[in-house]
Design a protein around this ligand. Structure first.
Ligand code: ANZ
Ligand code: ZN
Length: 879
């Protein structure tokens, strides 16, 4: 150890040493308890951003902690390297997507290495390499055999800007998830995976992971799957032999139906379109275009519709009702047709009011009153008691539903049903930079699976990027033209590639056995490492990636690849790293007067969640306004560059600061001066170790019989810190752990003894504290900790090779110091309680009132007031 702390030198030294000694390389070993710590794999966009650094710092810290606890820790990384940006770069600037991707990977890998993250690099995988996507294709074939895949002509979501099809998830709210532009519809033949076969199981199995996943993620998945119990009911179309089947969750309201409303895409509309008047045709076209327009998620667009001039018959009462088509009925849900019940459904209510469609009351309100429909200002969606519903009047809504469903079933015009909002997963993409779908289309045999032994279906090295929307593979005759594997006739390869969410559905299983050439992984090895014990990533993956990977695992279970059905035991969704912009009050040339771009220049007061309450300029102390808070990003040029931070401070300081600055689940507001403080802390600890190293090395292990007060206090602090941090790791409170380490180091720093004169008891306490501090600091700042550990022990092997364990606390020693607090009743001393010197007013009051002597003295009198003077006195006033 050198006297001066040179982070650059130390960090390089330990990174090299870790690599040489292979400390992070692990193997499955049934004699050892495993821990699988996983961070969401990055897309190789070019450079790491602070969001990455946060993600990997959290995971790396946890991995170190688990290693120090003796676990066999799997901590791998890889690249989600297929996908849009590489292809966009190819379209825009003609670079080869493979070259672009691989250069990015190599740069980002060097960044990760500079950060000192403890990965087992031998297990690295990249989705765009043939030895990886070979198994995307392998899985496709397995699913094909099991009937999970199918091809169908569909209207797909199409982003005209990105020139690609999008899944429902990717076009949520009618906008493209990548570029935010409106999504259009287009007819294309597409491959689908039957994720809906697993809908029920995806819901039910949530019970298994409930304890380890954030509630908000589970709720989002539940809503996404959207299970509804209800019934299908057939309405005959008047003067025709057609019928319209609706899906309803409230068959009990069927006597209140005032219209049948169809999605514009509904088959009945399509069939009758030719005979419609021009004004109806125009209106339908208008609804169509309105539907395609962007609508903000969560905002309901204005309801528009048109009567089709057709009529339907209500099978329960024979009533003739008009058939309409409107934008608020979705073709993708239920049957694409609804029975409109304005008194019971708010959407139908708004629609009927707008178009003056009359309707009747079919339920009592919550008070048991039959409200006239004229008086209604909104629909009453509650379950209550039916009225005006023929022989089913006077029943509870639920009972009516039951009986009416049975009636419909026995008369052959309806059926109880469960529907799901979840749609099958469309995986076809008209793109080059993805895994080719292993299918050969033969004029004779149809869609033929590529034989397993012919995998991988390799992507050609070059392609023509036209940006027209057709897969660039479609232009590559060498790729396309192949003999049919079944009949040998000339046939053509499928030119679509797979959605990149296929790659990320199973990548962490591949880490377990990343070099396997015959299968995605060996079951025995995967059954040792997986399920993942802790997964860490962004909440934006709550429904797509995290639902797909649960589905994938269930499929893998069904074909015997793994023995469980839930892949991730615990999930942590970290907050974003955000940039803040500040303005002065007032405007200049129509623009905000002055912008402070980096909280550096302001003094900010925040609430507990990190939201700004007030801010002042550091220049002149004047208040400034918070302008915007946005995700740090390279394109917005509002970010802090990890490289620059590492060079200026150190990897240890960057990692530690990013964990210290906010609780891991919260958004993190970057504040430059914060990292200065973290760096100073590391220097202080380093200096302390420098000062004490020789003495500590010689310090005897035997525990002295007596301790000075100061030594006892230090030992207490040491054990309390161990206890706190151990507990914090269970709850992911990394920021408070760092605060605890800072407190311990402060107390050490204030210790009065000097190395050459320290008494045996002082020396023992200091040795214990320093050793514990260094080991506990390791997960957060591994490089400097290794350096200090080797100074304190004289061993150069490294912490892990020395089999050091995370310290254990002694509960007796950790016990808080207690002081006696007198308790008075109406000013007279009646008792004393023992409390910690830090006890709060509330705690002291509660302790005093719970005291036996105090209680017997109060003896039924009324407590008027309790006066608490912390550390000194409690006075209970009674009358
Ligand atoms: C009549 C009715 C009366 C309804 C009532 C509700 C309340 P969830 O619960 O989300 O599954 N619906 C059915 N298919 C639809 C579609 N393709 N587009 C828009 N809305 C559709 O919703 C089920 C209800 O949503 C169904 O029950 C139907 O309206 C409507 F007092 O039928 B209901
Ligand atoms: Zn054939």
């Amino acid at each position: 150890m050198e006297e001066r702390y040179f982070p650059g030198k130390i960090e390089k030294k330990w990174q090299d040493r870790w690599a040489e000694s292979k400390v992070f390389e692990v193997e499955a070993d049934n004699t050892k308890e495993k821990f699988y710590c996983l961070e969401m794999l990055p897309y190789p966009s070019g450079r790491l951003h602070m969001g990455h650094v946060r993600n990997y710092s959290i995971g790396d810290t946890l991995s170190w902690y688990k290693r120090l606890q003796g676990f066999n820790v799997l901590h791998p990384i890889g690249w989600d390297s297929f996908g849009q940006p590489a292809e966009q770069a190819a379209i825009k600037s003609g670079v080869n997507p493979r070259k672009w991707t691989e250069e990015n990977i190599s740069y980002m890998k060097s960044q990760l290495k500079k950060l000192g993250t403890s990965y087992d690099w031998r297990r690295e995988v990249a989705a765009h390499t043939p030895d990886y996507y070979k198994f995307d294709q392998w899985f496709f074939l397995k699913m094909h055999e099991q009937g999970i895949t199918y091809k169908k002509m569909t209207q797909v979501n199409w982003c005209p800007i990105c020139q690609t099809t999008l899944s429902n998830e990717q076009s949520s709210g009618g906008v493209c998830w990548r570029c935010g532009n409106p999504v259009e519809k287009k007819d294309l033949e597409q491959w689908f995976l039957r994720i809906t076969d697993y809908a029920e199981q995806l819901l039910n199995d949530m019970a298994e992971i409930e304890a380890g996943w954030p509630e908000k993620v589970l709720t989002m998945q539940r809503n996404w799957i959207g299970r509804s119990e209800g019934a299908f009911v057939d309405f005959a179309v008047k003067d025709s032999d057609e019928k319209i089947t609706v899906f309803t969750t409230r068959i009990d309201t069927i006597f209140g139906v005032n219209a049948i409303v169809l999605a514009v895409e509904h088959a009945v509309i399509e069939r009758h379109k030719q005979s419609f008047d021009d004004n109806i045709k125009d209106a339908i076209d208008n609804i169509r275009t309105e539907k395609m327009k962007a609508n903000d998620p969560g905002v309901e667009p204005e309801k528009i519709g048109i009567a089709a001039g057709l009529f339907a018959i209500n099978p329960f009462n024979g009533e003739e009702i008009p058939i309409w088509t409107a934008n608020y009925v979705l073709i993708e849900y239920g049957t694409g047709a609804v029975m409109s019940v304005p008194s019971g459904d708010q959407r139908d209510f708004e629609f009927s009011r707008k178009y003056n469609l009359p309707f009747r009351q079919i339920k009592l309100n919550a008070e048991g009153v039959e409200v006239s429909t004229d008086e209604m200002t909104e629909a009453d969606e509650a379950y209550s008691v039916t009225v005006n519903t023929g022989e089913w009047s006077g029943l509870s809504s639920k009972e009516a539903s039951k009986q009416m469903t049975a009636f419909a079933e026995s008369n052959g015009f309806g059926k109880g049903a469960i529907t799901f909002r979840l749609r099958d997963w469309g995986i076809s993409r008209q793109r080059f930079w993805g895994a080719p779908i292993p299918i050969i289309n033969c004029g004779v045999c149809g869609a033929v699976a590529v034989p397993y032994e012919d995998l991988p279906v390799r992507l050609p090295d070059e392609a023509e990027f036209t940006g027209t929307g057709e897969s660039p593979l479609a232009k590559n005759t060498e790729f396309i033209n192949v003999p049919c594997p079944e009949c040998g006739e000339n046939a053509k390869r499928e030119t679509d590639t797979m959605d990149t969410f296929v790659d990320s559905s199973w990548y962490y299983f591949r880490y377990c056995d990343s070099k396997n050439e015959d299968q995605p992984f060996e079951t025995e090895i995967a059954n040792y490492w997986t399920p993942v014990d802790q997964y860490i990533g962004g909440v934006e993956h709550a429904v797509m990636h995290l639902l797909y990977t649960r589905f994938w695992t269930k499929f893998m279970h069904d074909i015997g690849l793994v023995k469980f059905t839930e892949p991730v035991k615990k999930l942590m969704t970290q907050g974003m790293v955000v940039a803040e912009t500040f303005y002065r009050e007032g405007e200049e040339d129509g623009k905000p007067k002055k912008i402070y771009f980096n909280p550096d220049v302001v003094e900010v007061e925040r609430d507990s969640k990190g939201k700004i309450i007030s801010a002042k300029s550091e220049e002149d102390g004047q208040p400034v306004l918070i302008g915007s808070v946005e995700k740090m990003s390279k394109s917005k040029n509002n970010g802090v560059d990890p490289d620059e931070m590492i060079n200026r401070y150190s990897a240890d300081a960057v990692r530690m600061f990013i964990l210290f600055a906010a609780p891991v689940e919260n958004d993190l507001y970057w504040k430059q001066s914060g990292i200065d403080g973290t760096e100073r802390f590391l220097r202080r600890v380093y200096a302390m170790v420098w000062k004490w190293q020789e003495t500590v090395k010689k310090s005897p292990d035997d525990e002295p019989l007596e301790f000075s007060n100061e030594a006892r206090a230090l030992r207490r602090k040491t054990h309390q810190t161990i206890e706190r941090i151990t507990r914090n790791f269970e709850s992911f409170s990394m920021n408070t752990s760092i605060a605890a380490l800072m407190e311990l180091s402060n107390q050490l720093g204030e210790f009065k003894s000097e190395p050459d004169t320290a008494s045996a008891s002082d020396l023992f306490a200091i040795t214990e504290a320093l050793n514990a501090l260094v080991v506990m600091l390791t997960p957060f700042a591994p490089h400097i900790s290794e350096e200090m550990f080797s100074a304190l022990t004289g061993s150069d092997e490294g912490i892990l090779k020395s089999d050091v364990r995370f310290p254990k606390y002694n509960a007796e020693l950790a016990k808080a110091d207690e002081i006696e607090i007198p308790v008075q009743i109406n000013g007279k001393l009646r008792s004393r309680v023992l409390a910690s010197p830090d006890a709060s007013q509330e705690e002291l009051q509660a302790m005093a009132l719970a005291d036996e002597k105090v209680q017997s003295n109060i003896n039924g009198m009324q407590v008027v007031k309790v006066i608490v003077v912390p550390k000194r006195l409690v006075n209970v006033v009674v009358k």
